[in-house]
Design a protein around this ligand. Structure first.
Ligand code: SAM
Length: 272
């Protein structure tokens, strides 16, 4: 007998990404150390170089459980938090609601603060009314084409503020696979020059960016792999064929410093 699962159509990559993150939504916040850091850094970078408009709607792409949302949303500001994964959105909503309860706000009062939620694929999002700002933390690398997706978003708003991991991240891990004549399963990441050149092509009034090299220490190769698995970010690159990684486990038996390269970027432009 064939089960329903055997006969189900294969998931598209986007559906698989949503499902993977959705499965981990409940514990995501506890394990999302890099995301916590970049959300904080992006919020600070934004405050140093621009201001979120106090009129019009701010849209966040890929809000996850709300690490950036909680830093950027101010009461009364229309703010639409969106994500591909309904489970992530639910966690975001319940986490922020319980934070508000901790501050003595009733659910009704909280509902009236301007925060709303929607399932949305950020790579194809089209807004009938241009958002006053679009913000996003460590999400656009999941787009099928991150550069095209970022340009598409930047075209639709006077202010795009985002962070994204770059090609050249985790060189220590990639080198271990290269030495075996293989390529790791990590997601291919966009190159900063490709992103900045494409955004510059929009003739922005201002394009401001910063690149951070962020080393993180892991006690073992397994701990490094878990840092992706436990937040649902372990969907491998397209075409990756899993193979034993014993030599990689041995190489990092005493720990691993894995360096993430992060681009923080603000694009300011007039919308015709
Ligand atoms: C690494 S998490 C970052 C979440 C959050 N921004 C944070 O800082 O914790 C990536 C998030 O992007 C979402 N995501 C992936 N692809 C997306 C897409 N095409 N459109 C919108 N969200 C997407 C995932 O569901 C996940 O919640």
């Amino acid at each position: 007998m064939t089960s329903a699962e055997d006969t189900a159509a294969p998931l598209s990559r986007t559906q698989a990404v949503a499902q993977n993150f959705g499965r981990r939504a409940r514990d995501y916040t506890r394990h999302a150390h890099l995301q916590q850091h970049t959300a904080q850094t992006l919020a600070t970078f934004l405050r140093e170089h621009a201001e979120l408009p106090d009129k019009g709607q701010v849209v966040e792409i890929g809000c996850g459980t709300g690490l950036l949302t909680e830093l950027l949303h101010t009461p009364g500001q229309p703010y639409l938090a969106t994500d591909l994964s309904p489970e992530m959105l639910e966690q975001c909503r319940s986490r922020l609601l319980s934070q508000a309860a901790g501050l003595g706000l009733s659910p009704d009062m909280w509902e009236s603060q301007g925060l709303s939620f929607a399932v949305l694929d950020g790579q194809s999002a089209t807004f009938a009314v241009p958002p006053a700002a679009i913000v996003s933390n460590l999400t656009c690398q999941w787009f099928a084409d991150p550069v095209t997706g970022l340009v598409r978003l930047a075209r639709q708003t006077p202010l795009l503020a985002f962070s994204v991991p770059l090609q050249g991240s985790f060189p220590e891990w990639e080198a271990a696979f290269a030495d075996l004549g293989r390529t790791s399963g990590l997601l291919p990441l966009p190159h900063e020059q490709a992103i900045l050149a494409a955004l510059d092509g929009l003739a922005p009034q201002r394009l401001t960016h910063r690149i951070e090299e962020r080393p993180q220490h892991f006690p073992s190769a397994t701990a490094f792999a878990d840092s992706f698995r436990l937040i649902g970010a372990d969907q491998p690159r397209a075409g990756y064929a899993p193979a034993p990684i014993r030599p990689v486990l041995r190489r990092f038996a005493n720990g691993l410093d894995a360096t993430a390269r992060i681009l923080y970027c603000l694009v300011m432009r007039e919308i015709p």
